[in-house]
Design a protein around this ligand. Structure first.
Ligand code: MOS
Length: 739
C-alpha cells in the first residue's frame, strides 16, 4: 500500500514558495486596512506615569493611540481549551500601568500608513517611575517550580533512584561540572505578523502561528467571545523554531486595534521587537556530575538544572528529562529550578530542554572519557541501557548502537587520535567530537478530513501548520498511499482553525499525530466509497458486501473479478457528491504507559581552529538517527541538516545579551546576534537507521524536528576541546574563550 511514503517527493508547495505565490500572514492585505505599531516600554520595571497621546493624535494620518488609559477591558477568561500559558498568568496587555519587562507593549499607534504609524509611535512621550529590574540570571534566586508538581507533567523536577550523592562520593573516577547556556532568540526569517478584521462580533486573524486552533481558543478567551467567532488563517510560515507556538501579545493588540479603529489592522513586529515579546530559549545553569568505575561503568549521575522564567509565568522545559534513561546507571538524581526574572516569558525553542540538558550531559561524558583514558564513543557504548531505567519500562525501539556505528563509520571516527591538539591540517588545529542525542516521540490527538471529489481528486484537510519541514508534502504522500491515488490527485490543505483540530506544530509531533489522523481519514473515505459503490442502483458493484470488494490500482473491484472496477471518480459520480472521510488518531494509554518512546541519534563533528587567532570553523557534521519510519528522505535530510545549522549557531554564535541596568537586549538585530550563514555551513550529512516501530503511532514515525538540533552543540564543543585542549563550560563558545 505504501508507494509514496519513503520516496523523496519534491515539495508540493515548492513552486509556490520560490515564485512568491505562497502567502504569508503580513501579505493578507484587507480593504481599508490601517497599520498598527507597538510602543514598547523603555523602562525595565516600574509603572507608567504619563502618556502624552494628544500630541501624536493630531499627527498626519494617525487614527488612534491605545494604551491602558483607553483600551477595552479584556476579560482574559480561563483558558477554555487554549494550552497556553503554561502556568501562572499571561501578560494582560494594555490593562494596567505596570511595566514588568523592557519592551513590554505599553501602547499601540494606529495610522493610515505604516510610515505614519511608525513616526507617531516614535514621537509618543511616555514617562515611567522605574525600578532596577533583576535580569542577571547568574546571580538571581532559584526557586522550585509549581508546574512540575502538576500531574501529567513531562518534566520531572526532582527524581532520584539509588543514592547518587553517596555513589558519586565513592566513585573511582568522576567529573563535577557547571554549564551555562546563554539566552537565545529564535530569529526566523519571517517576522511575527497579524492582520485582524472584525465583522460584527466575529474576528478573522491572518496570523503567523504554529498552532492555529490554540490561537483561536486563546483570543476567544482573551476577548470573552465564543471560539467559533474567531477564525485563524495561516497557510505558510517562514520559519519559526517554536516562537509561534504561543499566541503572544501582538495578536491581542492587533485585534484590539482593529476593534478600536473600526477597520482591519495590520501589525508586523520588527526584528528588534521579536527579541522581547515572543519568547526565547531560556538561560540555563546546570551542574552535571558523573561517577564511574575505572573501567568506565557509570555509577552515579547528578544533574541539577535551572532555567530562567518571567515573574508572571512559570516556563518549564525538559532540561533534565533525558538524564534518567540515556545511559545505564544505578544511581541518578535530577532536579530543576526556575530563575524568575523581570523579563518576558521564555518559550520552547527547537529541541527545547533536551538541547540544553543533553549539552551538559554529553560534554561531561566527554570529560569523563578523558579522565578514564577511554574513547568517548566506547564509553557511551558500554553504558548502553537495555531498558528505560528511569521509568522501568522497555523502549518501543532504540537503535542507538546502530546510530553510533553508522555515524562513526560515515564520519571516519577511527581516524581520530585521542590526544588534544594532536590532529592538524597544515597550521590549523583539527578536532573531532561526538555526542548522543535523543528526543521523545510525543503524540497528541489529531483529526483530519478527506473529500473524494467527483473529478477523481481528493481534498485532505487538517488545521496543522508547515513551518518548513514539508507538512504539505508529507501529508500528501500519506494520503496518496492510504487512498491509493497518485500524489498529483491529492490536495492537502492546512493552516485554518476551522479545519479538523490538530496539536501544536511543534515537539516533533506533526508527522506522527497529524499523519496518523490523515491515514485514518483516508481509510474511512475508502470504506465510505465502498459502501457507496455497493449501495447505488446501476453500480456494477451494487449489492456487494465490503467483504466481497477489494481495491486494486486505485479502483474498486468485486473480489476475484477483473471487470467492472470502479474508480473513486466513478463512485463519487454515482453518488453525485463528494465522499467524506473523517479520521482521528490518539495514542493508546496502555502503550503510552508501557513503553518509553524516543528518537535516538549520534552526532559527529569536525572543527578547525586557527591556533593564532582562535577562529572556530565547523568543517563537517555527520548525524545518524533512529527516528522510525522516514516518510520522505529528502525532507528528512533537510530537517536534519537544518537542525545541524541551528546547532552550529547554538555552539559558537548565538546569545542574547541584556543590559543589566534595564533588561534591554543590546544585540537585538541580525548584525550583532549572529546566526550561521552559508559560509559558516559546512558539509552536513544525515543518515537514517532503518527502524520499524509499530508502537509509537500507526505510521511508525518518531519525528525529526527537535532531535536534529539535540547533540550538535556538545559534539562541536567536544571537537573544540579535542582541537585545542581547552574546555569551555559556556555556550556560545567564543574566540575569546580559546585565546
Ligand atoms: Mo518546536 S520548539 O516544538 O516549534
Amino acid at each position: 500500500m505504501t508507494t509514496s511514503i519513503g520516496t523523496p517527493l519534491a515539495r508540493v508547495d515548492g513552486h509556490l514558495k520560490v515564485t512568491g505565490q505562497a502567502k504569508y500572514a503580513a501579505e493578507f492585505n484587507q480593504q481599508r486596512q490601517a497599520y498598527a505599531v507597538i510602543v514598547g516600554s523603555t523602562a525595565g520595571l516600574g509603572r507608567i506615569v504619563s502618556i502624552d497621546a494628544a500630541a501624536v493624535e493630531s499627527m498626519p494620518g494617525v487614527v488612534g493611540v491605545i494604551s491602558h488609559l483607553n483600551a477595552q477591558r479584556l476579560p482574559y477568561d480561563a483558558h477554555r481549551g487554549a494550552i497556553d500559558p503554561p502556568a501562572g498568568e499571561r501578560l494582560h496587555v494594555l490593562q494596567d500601568a505596570e511595566v514588568r519587562f523592557f519592551g513590554q507593549p505599553v501602547a499601540i499607534v494606529v495610522a493610515e500608513t505604516l510610515d505614519q504609524a511608525e513616526h507617531a509611535a516614535n514621537t509618543l512621550k511616555i514617562t515611567y517611575a522605574t525600578q532596577p529590574p533583576a535580569v542577571d540570571a547568574h546571580s538571581a534566586e532559584k526557586v522550585v517550580p509549581e508546574t512540575a508538581r502538576r500531574p501529567g507533567s513531562r518534566v520531572h523536577a526532582d527524581i532520584e533512584r539509588g543514592d547518587a550523592t553517596a555513589a558519586l562520593q565513592a566513585a573511582a573516577v568522576k567529573v563535577d561540572l557547571e554549564y551555562v547556556i546563554q539566552r537565545e532568540n529564535h530569529n526566523p526569517m519571517e517576522p511575527h505578523a497579524t492582520v485582524a478584521a472584525w465583522n460584527g462580533d466575529r474576528l478573522t486573524l491572518w496570523s503567523k502561528s504554529q498552532f492555529v486552533v490554540n490561537e483561536q481558543a486563546e483570543i476567544a478567551a482573551v476577548f470573552g467571545i465564543p471560539p467559533e467567532n474567531v477564525e485563524v488563517i495561516c497557510p505558510f510560515i517562514g520559519g519559526a523554531f517554536g516562537t509561534s507556538l504561543r499566541t503572544w501579545p501582538h495578536v491581542t493588540l492587533a485585534a484590539l486595534a482593529a476593534r478600536h479603529a473600526g477597520r482591519p489592522v495590520k501589525l508586523v513586529l520588527t526584528r528588534k521587537q521579536m527579541f522581547f515579546t515572543t519568547g526565547h530559549r531560556p538561560y540555563t545553569l546546570q551542574r552535571m556530575a558523573i561517577g564511574a568505575t575505572t573501567d568506565g561503568k557509570l555509577t552515579s549521575i547528578i544533574h541539577e538544572g535551572a532555567g530562567e522564567t518571567s515573574r508572571y509565568e512559570e516556563f518549564m522545559e525538559a532540561l533534565t528529562a533525558v538524564t534518567s534513561f540515556t545511559y545505564s546507571c544505578p544511581n541518578v538524581r535530577t532536579s530543576y529550578r526556575l530563575i524568575p526574572l523581570d523579563t518576558s516569558t521564555p518559550t520552547y525553542m527547537r529541541g527545547p530542554g533536551e538541547a540544553s540538558g543533553v549539552h551538559a550531559m554529553e560534554c561531561a561524558m566527554d570529560e569523563l572519557a578523558y579522565k578514564l583514558d577511554m574513547d568517548p564513543l566506547v564509553l557511551r557504548k558500554i553504558n548502553e541501557p537495555t531498558m528505560d531505567e528511569g521509568r522501568k519500562v522497555p523502549f518501543s525501539s532504540r537503535s542507538m548502537l546502530k546510530c553510533y556505528d553508522i555515524g562513526a563509520e560515515r564520519f571516519g571516527w577511527n581516524r581520530r587520535t585521542p590526544e588534544p591538539r594532536s590532529m592538524r591540517d597544515g597550521r590549523l588545529l583539527i578536532g573531532y567530537g561526538m555526542a548522543t542525542a535523543s528526543y521523545p516521540c510525543l503524540f497528541a490527538p489529531a483529526n483530519a478530513r478527506v473529500r473524494l471529489m467527483p473529478d477523481g481528486s481528493a481534498e485532505v484537510e487538517a488545521a496543522a501548520s508547515d513551518m518548513g519541514p514539508g507538512t504539505y508534502t508529507s501529508m500528501t504522500q500519506v494520503a496518496s498511499d492510504f487512498l491509493g491515488l497518485p500524489v498529483e490527485r491529492v490536495k492537502f490543505a492546512l493552516g485554518r482553525s476551522d479545519f479538523p483540530a490538530t496539536p501544536p506544530h511543534g515537539g516533533s509531533m506533526t508527522m506522527g499525530s497529524v499523519g496518523s489522523a490523515v491515514r485514518a481519514a483516508c481509510l474511512d473515505a475508502r470504506e465510505k466509497a465502498m459502501a457507496a459503490a455497493a449501495a447505488r442502483d446501476g453500480s456494477p458493484l451494487a449489492g456487494l458486501q465490503p467483504d466481497n470488494l477489494e481495491w486494486r490500482g486505485g479502483a474498486l473491484f468485486a473480489k476475484g473479478r477483473d471487470q467492472a472496477g470502479l474508480s473513486y471518480q466513478e463512485i463519487a459520480a454515482l453518488s453525485g457528491e463528494p465522499i467524506l472521510g473523517e479520521g482521528s488518531a490518539a495514542r493508546d494509554p496502555e502503550i503510552a504507559s508501557g513503553y518509553s518512546m524516543h528518537a535516538f541519534g549520534a552526532v559527529f563533528a569536525e572543527v578547525e581552529i586557527d591556533p593564532d587567532v582562535a577562529t572556530i570553523r565547523v568543517r563537517r557534521i555527520v548525524g545518524a538517527y533512529g527516528a522510525g519510519k522516514v516518510v520522505n528522505p529528502r525532507l528528512a535530510a533537510s530537517q536534519c541538516t537544518g537542525g545541524m545549522i541551528g546547532g552550529i549557531g547554538m555552539a559558537i554564535m548565538e546569545r542574547t545579551v541584556l543590559d543589566r541596568r534595564n533588561g534591554r537586549p543590546v544585540n537585538a538585530h541580525l548584525a550583532d546576534y549572529l546566526v550561521p550563514v552559508n559560509l559558516d555551513t559546512p558539509h552536513l550529512e544525515a543518515h537514517f537507521v532503518e527502524e520499524e516501530d509499530t508502537l509509537v503511532n500507526p505510521l511508525g514515525v518518531k519525528g525529526l524536528g527537535e532531535i536534529a538540533l539535540v547533540g550538535v552543540s556538545p559534539a562541536i564543543a567536544n571537537a573544540i576541546f579535542h582541537a585545542t585542549g581547552k574546555r569551555v563550560h559556556e555556550l556560545p563558545i567564543m574566540i575569546e574563550n580559546l585565546l
